[in-house]
Every structure is written in structure tokens, then in C-alpha cells.
Design a protein around this ligand. Structure first.
Ligand code: 5MM
Length: 349
């Protein structure tokens, strides 16, 4: 048992607190630059810092965010006046987390498939991040659906790495977010997504058990069971909610501290509606809190409005706060599409 077991349980519970969820703001520089490039924002360290300052200084964000996942560069950065981001977040009641994976790389011998790297030296990195103030971590594995894929080789390699990462996190005092993402890319049906997600989750939990990971001291960050984005027949909100909960019920141990979904390329309204439907329809029977750990589905409207201009910061912050609020409501089954109309008057004021 980890020397940190009691602290890990407390942190994990706080991460999935009622009405709150997690913001993923852990884009590596490459991903951040892709998003900046689309909007003509200069791809520099200072612009990355300014954007993350916009996020962490958004007033009252802690009302709806329990935590935020940072990137290595970001956890070391500060506001222009010198206040470290970690302090601003902690003062706002937002637990700092850190991305620990080194990205998904081609899996040797398995064309079209990836394995996530980053296990080398991980124990020492975890100790450093704990010292800096991080209290949870994230590792994302990527599973692609296509012709003849995913293979067992890919699913097992990723599940093993996720479990090794999670065990090291618990040893070092960080709650592991275990993120096996089944990509939305492709024309597959929701039924095919169900099969792949179920096989992936069974394999991941088998490996977590084998590596002696404590389920009540970890958070699962899965993708939803959803039609591929190019599928001719897209599943409805209720179908996604039903298939996702059925899949989790068949593969996730009841003692897992919480489930925080990724948005994976859904629109921000879809991401809120799907999470809400799961909590409304199944909140009474599921054993774990279901919340969000979205990146694009929270950040995108704010990034679009900011465009790299200081003058746009207040508008961007209102948009960010509003998306956090919508998803905080979805965490409790209290979101409605009507909430989307609240933002217009707020922007005018
Ligand atoms: C923020 O994006 C994360 C991946 O970053 P890199 O690819 O740059 O390492 C990603 O893991 C993210 O945290 C999750 O996929 C959730 O993001 P979405 O946008 O799918 O909600």
C-alpha cells in the first residue's frame, strides 16, 4: 500500500466533487502551436504563457473546476507579475495536475498504431512534480479504430504502460488519471466503438490489477462510446449515454474513485449534453461519480475569442467560465441547452 494512500483517496474524491470537473490544459507545445496556427496566433513561449495566464486568472473558475492538468512548461510558469500559476490555482481551489506521458509514438511492427512513451526516469520526475505542488497526473494512450485495428499487441502494450505509470504515481503521491482514448476518427459505428472500448477497458483494468494499482486512488479518463465522426449514421445523445454507461458498467470496477471523460473532438454542446444525459438517466445506479476532463470542449470558444490579443482577454474569460459552468451543471445532471443562451448577455456587459 502507498504511504500516501489516505492523501490519494482524499485528492481523488476532491477531483470528482459534486458540480465540478477537470480542465485539461496540458497541450504539448506541438499541439498548442497547431491550435494557435489556425487562428494566426504567434507560436512563441510568451504567447503560450499569456494564454495559460488567461485561463488560470479567469475569475471564479474554481466554482466549477476541481483541478487542471498542466504541461511541464506551464507548471513552471508565472503570471506577468511573477505569481506562479500553481499558487494562483491553489488559491482558487483548483488542484494542480501534470501530464507525465511523453506522447504517442509509432508502435514498432504495428502499422497505423501508437504506443505512449514516458516511463524512463518517471519515479524521479514524479518526486519533482510532487515537490512543485502537483497532486495528480495524467497519461494518455491512443487506440485507433480502422481496418484490422486495433490489434491485441497495441491494446496490451498501452495497457501495460498505463498500469506501470499508475503504480509509480501512487507510490509517489500523485493520483493517476488513466486515459485510454479510443479515437473518434473514422467511419465506424457506435457498435464498433463499443466493442473496442470494452476490450480496451478490460485489458487496462487487468493490467492495473496485475501492477497492484489501488482503484480507489485513481481516476479513469475514458472516451465516450460514440459513432466515428465520418459514420453515415450518427448516434443520438441518448444512445451515446446508454452505450457509454453500459460499457463502463461491464468493465470498470465499482471501487474506482471516479470517471472523468475526455471530449475527443465532440462539439462543446455535445460534450455537455452527453455527460448530462448519463448523469440524468443513470446517476442513481452507477457506482462512480461521472464528470469531465475536457480540453477542447472547454477551451475552444475562449481561444477563438482571444486570438492572441490582450484586449480580448475579458471576453475569452467569460466564455471559458461559461463552458466550465455548463459542464459543472452536466456533472450534476442539471445542464440544459437553454444554458447556452446565458452567454450572450454576459458578453454584452
Ligand atoms: C490537451 O490535450 C491533451 C493532449 O495533448 P498532447 O497531444 O499535446 O500531448 C489530451 O490528452 C487531452 O488532455 C485529452 O485528450 C482531452 O482533450 P479533449 O480535447 O479530447 O477533451
Amino acid at each position: 500500500m502507498s504511504a500516501y494512500a489516505a492523501e490519494l483517496k482524499t485528492t481523488a474524491k476532491a477531483m470528482v466533487a459534486e458540480g465540478k470537473g477537470i480542465l485539461a490544459m496540458d497541450e504539448s507545445n506541438g499541439t498548442c502551436h497547431k491550435r494557435f496556427a489556425k487562428l494566426g496566433i504567434p507560436q512563441t513561449e510568451e504567447m503560450r504563457r499569456a494564454y495559460r495566464e488567461l485561463i488560470v486568472t479567469t475569475p471564479n473558475l474554481g466554482e466549477y473546476l476541481s483541478g487542471a492538468i498542466l504541461y511541464d512548461e506551464t507548471i513552471r510558469q508565472s503570471k506577468k507579475d511573477g505569481t506562479p500559476f500553481i499558487k494562483i490555482m491553489s488559491d482558487a481551489g483548483i488542484i494542480p495536475g501534470i501530464k507525465l506521458d511523453a506522447g504517442a509514438k509509432d508502435l514498432a511492427g504495428f502499422p497505423g498504431e501508437k504506443v505512449t512513451e514516458g516511463l524512463d526516469n518517471l519515479r524521479d520526475r514524479i518526486a519533482d512534480y510532487y515537490q512543485m505542488g502537483a497532486r495528480f497526473a495524467k497519461w494518455r494512450a491512443v487506440i485507433t479504430i480502422g481496418d484490422g485495428i486495433p490489434t491485441r499487441g497495441c491494446i496490451e502494450a498501452n495497457a501495460h504502460a498505463l498500469a506501470r505509470y499508475a503504480a509509480l504515481c501512487q507510490e509517489g503521491g500523485l493520483v493517476p488519471i488513466v486515459e485510454p482514448e479510443v479515437l473518434i476518427d473514422g467511419d465506424h459505428t457506435i457498435e464498433r466503438c463499443y466493442e473496442v472500448t470494452e476490450e480496451t477497458l478490460h485489458t487496462v483494468f487487468n493490467q492495473l490489477y496485475t501492477q497492484r494499482v489501488a482503484f480507489d486512488q485513481m481516476i479513469l479518463k475514458p472516451s465516450m462510446v460514440i459513432s466515428g465522426q465520418d459514420c453515415p449514421k450518427l448516434a443520438s445523445v441518448d444512445e451515446v449515454a446508454e452505450a457509454t454507461v453500459r460499457c463502463l458498467m461491464n468493465s470498470v470496477p465499482a471501487s474506482v474513485a471516479g470517471v472523468a471523460f475526455l471530449s475527443g473532438g465532440q462539439t462543446f454542446e455535445q460534450a455537455s449534453a452527453h455527460l448530462n444525459a448519463m448523469n440524468v438517466k443513470f446517476g442513481g445506479i452507477i457506482p462512480w461519480p461521472l464528470t469531465f476532463s475536457y480540453a477542447r470542449a472547454i477551451q475552444q470558444p475562449a481561444l477563438d475569442a482571444w486570438k492572441g490579443e490582450e484586449a480580448n482577454v475579458p471576453t475569452a474569460q467569460k466564455l471559458l467560465y461559461h463552458r466550465a459552468k455548463c459542464n459543472g451543471a452536466a456533472r450534476s445532471g442539471k445542464y440544459s441547452p437553454e444554458m447556452e443562451k446565458e452567454i450572450e448577455p454576459a458578453l454584452a456587459s
